[in-house]
Design a protein around this ligand. Sequence first.
Ligand code: HXC
Length: 284
Amino acid sequence: MPIPRSEYLSSVWKDGIFDGRVVFVTGGAGTICSAQTRALVALGANACIVGRNQQKTEAAAIDIATAREGAKVIGIGGCDVRNPGNLESAAERCVKELGAIDFVIAGAAGNFVAPISGLSTNAFKSVIDIDVLGTYNTVKTTMPYLVKSAARNPNPSQNGLTGGRILYVSATFHYTGMPLQAHVSAAKASVDSIMASVALEYGPLGVTSNVISPGGIAGTEGMERLSSSAVDEKTSGKIVPLGRWGTIRDIADATVYVFSDAGNYVNGEILVVDGGTWRTGGPV
Ligand code: HXC
């Protein structure tokens, strides 16, 4: 049963704005990345989502494809972003089956809630490897395709066809520091930094590079883990200036903006979608 569109996309967007575009998504079976992908697919894109878990990734692809009749969504399991070879074969398959990579969402992340005293060197390194090295591997693997896409669509403000865009899913923990998240904070600060370097290095070739930083988003894996330790869903009104936790639609709408013709001149930016929470020093 397809999810009603109003649950993951606001009504301001026009159908078909991503017709003919292909998005490659790491960690695409997770709650946030699958919502982002579903929104792009609903508006015309085809997608290739990759992840470590084969069954979960393939099932998510089938589910996302219900967003639009005729949508093509490939799910590639067994793809660990720490392994450049895995990413290269996935990207090649994406281009072979879907024709291009116009957009990338670098969303694969590792996380668990743990005090510094409870982190082994390997635990810290695992998160750094997935988030930082994995992001670098994703950029390196997909950039040749993004550069080609940007060259095919050099004047989006004239024809509305955008291409050559990468969006990283980060967090806000590192703006203030976050107990039990030292490993993740360090990793996400690096993701933001990679984003900025890519923006300057590949902007001249027409590729834009931006970060989206979700706050506490209801119903996500991250929120469930934090809820049991640092926050409670019911306390949102006290923590979030806007008085509610975020929804996957909030993240999907911001994602559509960045990839759309409306986001043409946005490069090297961090788009925080957290209802204003990080400014309060709140826990997410
Ligand atoms: C302390 C832990 C731990 C925990 C794992 N480790 N969980 N240490 N507390 N809760 C340690 C292990 O003991 C091991 O160290 C090391 O981490 C690596 O664990 P493995 O299971 O061998 O690694 P791997 O299979 O590569 O798994 C990576 C992972 C795992 C990060 C540990 O959680 C994972 O695969 N996560 C991917 C999915 C995910 O987390 N998504 C959430 C994204 S949500 P030793 O020393 O024993 O070898 C998000 C938004 C924010 O990012 C969420 C806020 C909470």
